[in-house]
Design a protein. Structure first.
Length: 323
C-alpha cells in the first residue's frame, strides 16, 4: 500500500515537472504554424491589393487559381507576415523583457494560429510569479503596447504610401473595415484632393499596421488584467474599479451600435473579473515620468481605437432586416 502511494507521488511529481518545465519547442512550433496561417490568409489580402485596378475596371473579371503562383502575390504575403508578426512579437517581447529586467518569471511568447481574417488570434506571455510593486506592474503593462505601436506606425505610413485608390468596387459581399483616427490623419496627408467615391485598397503592410493598432487599442482598455488594466490600476489605484465598470458597460453599448464582437469582450471580462488584483504598495504614487507615460498611453489608445473594426456588424444593423 505504501509502495503504491509512493509510486503515485512520483508520477504526480513527474507530471507537475512536465507541465512546469519551460518547453521552448512549443513556442517555436506555434510560431511556425502561425507563420503558415498568416501567410495563407495574407494571400487573399495580397490578391485583393494586386488586382484592385483590374477588378475595378472589369467587373466581369474573375480571379483564377493561377494567382496563387504569382511571384508578386507571394512576396506581398511575405511582407504581410513579417509586418504583422513583427508587431505582435514586439508587443509580447516588450512585456517579456521588462519582466526579465525586474526578475519576474514569465514565458516566451505563445502565438495563436487561427483561421481568422488575419490568420492569427494574436500572442501572449504567461507571467508565472507575482508582481509585487506598482512601478513594476506599470512598466510591464505599458511596455507591450508601446513596443507594438512603435512598429505599427511605420507599417501604416509605408503601407499607405503604397496603397491604391481605385474607382468604386462592388460593395456586395465586401468587408469594409473601420479606421482608427491615426490612419485617417495619415491618409489625409498622403491622399489629398481625392474623389470621395473612390475606394482605398490597403497595401498588405498597411493592413498589418491596422491590425497592430487594433491590437494596441484592445490591450489598452483600462479594465481587468489587460495591459491597460495594469496601467490604470497603477495610475489610479482603487479608482480604476469605477473606470472598469464604465468600460464594461461601454462594451455592451458598442456591441449594440458598432460591432457585435464587443459582446464577446464583455463576456470575457465578466468571467475573468473586472477588478485588478491588489498590490501591497497600492497607495504609492507613480513617478512623474510614469505619469507622463500613462497620459501617452491614453493618447495612443484614442488614436488607435476603432469602434467598428468591421462596419455594418452592430446588433442594430444585423437585426434591421427582421424589424
Amino acid at each position: 500500500m505504501e509502495e503504491d502511494t509512493l509510486n503515485n507521488k512520483i508520477k504526480k511529481s513527474r507530471l507537475q515537472n512536465f507541465f512546469s518545465k519551460p518547453r521552448i519547442w512549443v513556442n517555436i512550433l506555434l510560431f511556425i504554424i502561425t507563420v503558415v496561417t498568416t501567410y495563407f490568409f495574407g494571400l487573399s489580402w495580397s490578391i485583393n491589393y494586386y488586382y484592385a485596378e483590374l477588378l475595378a475596371s472589369n467587373e466581369e473579371y474573375s480571379i483564377g487559381a493561377e494567382v496563387f503562383t504569382d511571384p508578386q502575390v507571394l512576396s506581398l504575403s511575405l511582407f504581410y507576415v513579417a509586418a504583422l508578426l513583427g508587431i505582435l512579437l514586439a508587443h509580447e517581447m516588450g512585456h517579456y523583457l521588462t519582466c526579465r529586467y525586474y526578475n519576474v518569471d514569465a514565458t516566451l511568447p505563445y502565438f495563436i494560429p487561427a483561421p481568422t481574417l488575419i490568420g492569427t488570434m494574436g500572442a501572449f506571455i504567461k507571467i508565472r510569479s507575482p508582481i509585487t510593486q506598482k512601478q513594476h506592474l506599470f512598466d510591464i503593462g505599458i511596455a507591450g503596447p508601446l513596443a507594438g505601436f512603435i512598429l505599427a506606425v511605420p507599417c501604416v505610413i509605408y503601407g499607405l504610401y503604397h496603397s491604391k485608390l481605385v474607382p468604386p468596387l462592388p460593395q456586395e459581399g465586401s468587408i469594409i473595415f473601420g479606421e482608427p483616427l491615426l490612419l485617417v490623419m495619415i491618409g489625409k496627408m498622403i491622399f489629398s484632393n481625392v474623389p470621395e467615391t473612390y475606394d482605398l485598397i490597403l497595401h498588405p503592410v498597411a493592413f498589418a499596421g491596422w491590425v497592430g493598432m487594433l491590437v494596441t487599442a484592445l490591450n489598452l482598455f483600462p479594465i481587468s488584467q489587460l495591459d491597460g488594466g495594469h496601467v490604470a490600476y497603477a495610475a489610479l489605484g482603487k479608482k480604476s474599479r469605477i473606470l472598469a465598470k464604465i468600460i464594461f458597460f461601454a462594451f455592451i453599448i458598442m456591441g449594440v451600435i458598432f460591432w457585435v464582437g464587443w459582446f464577446i469582450w464583455a463576456l470575457i471580462i465578466f468571467f475573468i473579473g473586472m477588478k485588478h488584483p491588489r498590490i501591497y504598495d497600492e497607495e504609492t504614487p507613480l513617478s512623474p515620468g510614469r505619469k507622463i507615460l500613462s497620459f501617452t498611453a491614453l493618447v495612443i489608445f484614442i488614436i488607435s481605437f476603432i469602434p467598428d473594426p468591421i462596419k455594418g456588424y452592430g446588433l442594430i444593423e444585423l437585426l434591421r432586416p427582421f424589424m
